[in-house]
Design a protein around this ligand. Structure first.
Ligand code: FE2
Ligand code: FE2
Length: 482
């Protein structure tokens, strides 16, 4: 079987794997032939795609990470807020995964917008166990981790779908409402006396960042329980690679770039590395494009996650990109699960181009390195009005003459007027509220403290990663829901 995105589905294709939801044990069963109506339904409900079988993909077998029945039970337990059933499912997931030498995480979880949280919860639990196993956790810890993974977003059940699925920016109140959910999850678990305090803590702190900028309490570093750190990384990975009404899914590689960008700032480094080592960069069954122009499907993983075994579409030949000499200089240029990396957001405003110009937020980017400016501009310009400047002085003058942008992204190490001095001057000139993110290659405490004193909302480590910058700015504008 192979994966086909919803907008590339055609009537007549045969479904290769059940699609399940909590409202309807099976939305589409394996073996069913797609019709135009089914495809329309899948589009409307927000499914990212479907696994189909055809002659080209007959031999491609993709292992389920856990039994589908178990996955379904987990979803139902979450939807019913049944804490005992969650505990039972967690125990079964752990015993299923620990018994296996390898657990394939190639399958893309197929979920509708409505069912997002249920699928997400079980998926996070499964990924947590695989990552935790890689990190060498004991079976007992894995069980606690898995319980916390399933339960981490229980508090979201009380948040209206209209907020969770809202297209575009959230208001401050809506954003504050989203931020209550870890406490909500904690409270639901607290009603159940049998639940370990370790699980409750992991749930409560799954949105805390290493540098103390997370919520609910702004804990940092070692104050954050280890299990919470694992859930945090897995949670963000799953959210980034999911399709939501307000964004397209990122490819695994783009999501890795984000996690790498946040290593040591938002995320625990070892956890990020463990996750990247267990999740295939190019999952089996997806379409890819090669640098020689050929189209192919990923068949299986090889020893190098960036060079899997593939099937060339035009002639059905199998090629191992890792060791096939003929393909030694050929590489993967695009993978089919997503649009190009940071163009991740759906352009809901595009229908009205006049309005777009007015509504676009102004982001000022200041950096003395032309290359960095170019990379950032390219990442942001589709979504924002980017003002790219080369020095701190230019930024100060621009604001004096033309007013304040909606956000400033400021390099620190610049000649004459460095970023910290520039922002201090801007603040002294009366612009005390404009949100500022600093970028720097340094991560010494003194510099970071200076930035905090100036009210910086974020600190980005160089070299900059486009996906990371894009997502951090989205978050600053309350575009994200996690
Ligand atoms: Fe969450
Ligand atoms: Fe989550």
């Amino acid at each position: 079987m192979r994966f086909v995105e919803t907008d590339k589905l055609e009537p007549g294709m045969i479904v290769g794997r059940d699609i399940v939801s909590t409202k309807n044990a099976s939305v589409l069963r394996k073996g069913i032939q797609l019709t135009a109506r089914y495809i329309e339904y899948l589009q409307e409900k927000g499914y990212v795609g479907v696994y189909i079988t055809d002659s080209l993909s007959e031999e491609i077998q993709i292992q389920e990470p856990i039994e589908p029945k178990l996955f379904y039970e987990g979803m139902m337990a979450v939807s019913e807020e049944n804490v005992d059933a969650m505990e039972k499912t967690a125990t079964e997931i752990v015993s299923f995964i620990t018994k296996r030498d390898e657990v394939g995480l190639d399958l893309i979880d197929l979920r509708s917008y409505d069912d997002y949280t249920y699928h997400h919860s079980v998926n996070v639990a499964v990924y947590c166990v695989v990552v935790g196993k890689k990190l060498g956790l004991s079976e007992n810890d894995l069980r606690l981790l898995c319980q916390a993974g399933i339960a981490h977003d229980l508090g979201k059940m009380k948040i209206p779908q209209a907020i969770l699925n809202k297209e575009g920016k959230l208001s401050d109140e809506e954003y504050a409402c989203i931020k209550q959910h870890p406490k909500g999850s904690f409270d639901i678990l607290s009603k159940n006396y049998g639940i370990s305090a370790v699980v409750k803590q992991a749930v409560l702190f799954h949105h805390e960042n290493e540098n103390g900028t997370g919520y609910p309490l702004g804990k940092e570093g070692n104050e954050i329980p280890y299990l919470a750190k694992i859930i945090h990384v897995v949670d963000v990975y799953d959210a980034l690679t999911s399709k939501r009404p307000y964004k397209k899914p990122y490819s695994p590689i783009a999501a890795f770039e984000y996690l790498n960008g946040g290593k040591g700032i938002l995320f625990d480094e070892k956890v990020v590395e463990a996750l990247i080592s267990v999740i295939p960069a190019y999952p089996a069954g997806i379409d890819i494009m090669l640098s020689n122009g050929e189209e192919a499907i990923v068949v299986n993983q090889s020893a190098d996650s960036l060079r899997p075994i593939i099937k060339i579409k035009s002639d059905g030949r199998n090629v191992n990109l890792y060791c096939d000499a003929e393909y030694a200089s050929v590489y993967i240029t695009e993978s089919g699960t997503t649009q190009k990396d940071y163009a991740g957001k759906i352009e809901t405003l595009n229908e009205n181009r006049q309005a777009v110009k007015q509504l676009k937020k102004k982001v000022m980017v200041v950096d003395d390195t032309r290359m960095t400016l170019m990379v950032i501009k390219e990442a942001l310009q589709q979504e924002y009005d980017v003002i790219a400047l080369n020095s701190g002085i230019e930024a100060i003058n621009y604001i004096k003459e033309r007013g304040i942008p909606d956000l400033i992204l400021m390099d620190i190490e610049m000649p004459i007027t460095n970023g910290i001095t520039a922002v201090r001057t801007i603040r002294e000139n009366g612009y005390t509220k404009v949100p500022v993110m600093f970028m720097s290659a340094a991560k010494d405490r003194e510099t970071i403290l200076k930035c905090r004193e100036l009210g910086a909302i974020d600190y980005i480590l160089k070299p900059v990663k486009p996906v990371y910058i894009y997502e951090r700015i989205s978050e600053a504008f309350h575009m994200n829901r996690e």
